[in-house]
Design a protein around this ligand. Structure first.
Ligand SMILES: [Zn+2]
Length: 201
């Protein structure tokens, strides 16, 4: 296998790879899209919401806000010692308490962990008019893109240039640097191959 033309531009990495089976590239593409966990809001408790959007619609908008992700500190709730109940090792709380008139932006949510916060500060959540109030506590947790698109942390694609030579592209949505997304996906493929190997014996 040979890797050439490696380039990074912002959140995008491109490279040319030759002498590799296309099935492996497809596994890598699918793992980048659906198999690398990232943080997203899964639960919102509203203490006050007199905005024009009802709780369900607003909770969905909050869930779709990409959050910077720290995979060294957090575990998937199902694999956590709390058995998915939610604790400091698998969840982060983001809080907001504001009154209108104003537009409320993603960056105003205050996170209990500075390493887990909105990637983009200026995503409008809702517009409040005079006397409208919004107060909530949101709980973020790790999840996979295959379960909900809000946990998808990037896209990947490839194109055949000549026989057994492909241009590969990976773009991160900002939860990670693109090289970390690529490395996480490669590690996960490696782990799965090891699992199969140990089953075979
Ligand atoms: Zn936990």
């Amino acid at each position: 296998m040979k890797l050439t033309n490696y380039k990074k531009q912002g959140n995008i990495i491109t490279f040319t790879v030759s002498g590799v089976d296309v099935k492996l590239l497809n596994a890598l593409r699918r793992t980048i899209i659906a198999g690398v966990p990232s943080m997203s809001v899964e639960k919102v408790t509203f203490y006050s919401n007199t905005s024009i959007l009802n709780d369900e619609v607003l909770a969905h908008r909050i869930g779709m806000v990409p959050l910077t992700t720290d995979l060294k500190t957090y575990t998937m709730p199902a694999e956590c010692s709390c058995k998915g109940k939610g604790c400091a090792k698998c969840t982060v709380t983001l809080m907001l308490d504001v009154s209108g008139p104003r537009t409320v932006y993603s960056g105003e949510m205050e996170s209990t962990d500075p390493n887990v916060k909105p990637v983009h500060e200026k995503i409008p959540l809702v517009k409040l008019t005079e006397k409208q109030k919004l107060k909530f506590e949101a709980t973020a947790q790790l999840g996979l893109g295959k379960d909900h698109v809000k946990w998808q942390s990037g896209i990947a694609a490839y194109e055949e240039k000549e026989k057994d030579t492909y241009d590969f592209m990976v773009e991160s949505f900002g939860q990670y640097e693109p090289e970390e997304l690529l490395n996480q996906a490669l590690e996960r493929i490696g782990e799965r191959i090891k699992e199969v190997k140990s089953e075979v014996g």
